[in-house]
Design a protein around this ligand. Structure first.
Ligand code: ADP
Length: 475
């Protein structure tokens, strides 16, 4: 069902490519034949006209030598010779009235009478006499092509020949071309379909792989890539990249789910164990009370974990509602530091915080407090007694930069990229309380404010978390 559009696209592309390839082949063959026909026709015409012109000169010379009668005799003699080329010869007076003409008997259907009405103005004007109206059905293309010359006594000498031979040759050539065109069309269609089939092979591979994935749910299948580097190959590569990404996301989701299940199981098992113990010792009220208190504490922890997970997911998907207002950065920092002052004193850690009083950012105050509280909580948690924690603020025209630096245990290089993942906890941190969700929430909230967070740290050399927050209202 999902593959219907892809199959339709393949069919449409198949038809279009076939039409293109076949059309191109057939059209180029047609263009080739047409050019050959035109070239042949013009070269035959040039040959015939050159012969006619030569004949005209011959007759003009004969007229000069022996006048009208000699011309008449020559024409009658030449046309009676078997196997020789036939010519129409006409001599007309200065007023274009026919003085004599010879027309071979094969050409009596030409409308010679009209010549008296057609004056020859230019010296090199070719006249074409069609066949008489009564004979038009016989052969429409033949004409009598005539060359004329004005004689010294102002009479007109005309010599002509039928284009019949030329037309016959051209007709035969045309018929041969038409005969060749039939297999050319069939060949063109078959070749076009074959080429289209070849060109669409990657798309077929794509559809087949998709079909396999949809049918089996196996994301390990990949579309074959032909290494031709064409657009369809690019599409296949892109599709494979997409499958890689989906695979990674699904693995990530499965891991998260496994971690959540694992992290929920421990407190839930504890709650259940306590409840069971309490049931068995119904008599002892103090024991019952203690068990209930622990149950409430463990349930709170489970609830906190589920709530934080939901907050992260809301912030990441953009569903988190932010009460954005102009918030004083100094005010935010003072409030958080005040919150953790006793914890720091308890551990013997010095906290210092400073910020320019005029700086403010557009932000959800409570969410920002949550971000800073998480960073400060971590800094105090992972810094041994006698250490220092510093909160500093600087600014550029576009952003406010808040830095939380500590002199604690630091983060090993292999952990730096992982600490932002849900439920990830560093090996050295397991002795401390925590859910492994604090930094995921920090990152999600900061990004929901169109900001960025980064960490600089080395094992044993403390850690520095840097927040970049835009001074423009998040869109
Ligand atoms: P939690 O602190 O509950 O384990 P977090 O998501 O806040 O979870 O932090 C993830 C991990 O990042 C911690 O387990 C710890 O290994 C490391 N980490 C965070 N902040 C610091 C810090 N300031 N110094 C050293 N390690 C830290």
């Amino acid at each position: 069902m999902y593959l219907k559009p892809l199959n339709r696209l393949r069919k449409t592309l198949g038809f279009r490519l076939t039409a293109w390839y076949s059309g191109l082949f057939i059209l180029s063959t047609l263009a080739l034949f047409s050019t050959a026909y035109l070239l042949l026709s013009s070269s035959l015409q040039r040959r015939d006209r050159a012969a006619l012109r030569l004949k005209l000169k011959e007759y003009a010379a004969e007229y000069q030598r022996g006048g009208l009668e000699a011309t008449q005799r020559k024409s009658a003699f030449e046309n009676s010779q078997a196997g020789k080329a036939l010519y129409f010869v006409r001599v007309a007076g200065p007023d274009n009235s026919t003085l004599f003409f010879t027309l071979p008997k094969q050409w009596t259907n030409f409308d010679i009478a009209q010549l008296e009405k057609r004056s020859v103005s230019a010296p090199r004007q070719w006249l074409q006499v069609p066949i008489t109206a009564a004979d038009e059905d016989d052969d429409d293309d033949d004409v009598l092509e005539i060359d004329s010359v004005r004689l010294p006594d102002q009479r007109l000498l005309q010599v002509g020949a039928s284009t019949e031979g030329r037309e016959d040759l051209l007709e035969r050539f045309g018929n041969t071309c038409a005969g060749i065109m039939i297999p050319v069309v069939v060949l063109g269609l078959a070749g076009g379909a074959l080429l289209a089939l070849r060109a669409l092979r990657p798309l077929r591979g794509l559809t087949t792989s998709l079909q396999a994935i949809v049918a089996t749910g196996n994301l390990a299948a990949r579309v074959p890539v032909t290494d031709t580097g064409d657009e369809l190959d690019e599409l296949s590569l892109l599709f494979n990249g997409l499958l890689d990404k989906i695979g990674l996301l699904i693995t990530g989701m499965q891991n998260s789910l496994d971690n959540v299940a694992h992290d929920l199981r421990t407190p839930l098992t504890r709650v259940r164990g306590l409840a069971e113990m309490a049931l068995q010792s119904e008599e002892n009220r103090d024991l019952l009370r203690d068990a209930l208190v622990t149950c409430v504490e463990e349930s709170d922890q489970i609830l906190a974990m589920v709530n934080t997970l939901m907050d992260i997911s809301e912030a990441e998907t953009g569903a988190m509602h932010l009460e954005v207002a102009t918030v004083s950065v100094l005010g935010l920092i003072e409030q958080v530091v005040e919150l953790y002052r006793y914890v720091a004193e308890d551990k013997g850690i010095t906290i210092s915080a400073s910020a320019p009083p005029e700086l403010s950012i557009p932000a959800d105050r409570n969410r920002m407090l949550q971000v800073l509280a998480n960073l400060l909580d971590n800094a105090l948690k992972y810094t041994p007694g006698g250490g220092r924690v510093e909160v500093a603020v600087s600014s550029t025209p576009h952003q406010v930069v808040i830095t939380v630096t500590d002199t604690g245990i630091g983060i090993p290089p292999e952990d730096v990229a992982k600490i932002w993942q849900r439920l990830y906890r560093g090996d050295k941190s397991r002795s401390q309380r925590g859910l492994g969700l604090g930094l995921s929430l920090v990152k999600a909230i900061v990004q929901a404010h169109r900001g960025q967070v980064e960490v600089f740290s080395e094992s044993g050399c403390g850690a520095r978390f840097v927040l970049h927050l835009p001074v423009q209202t998040p869109a």
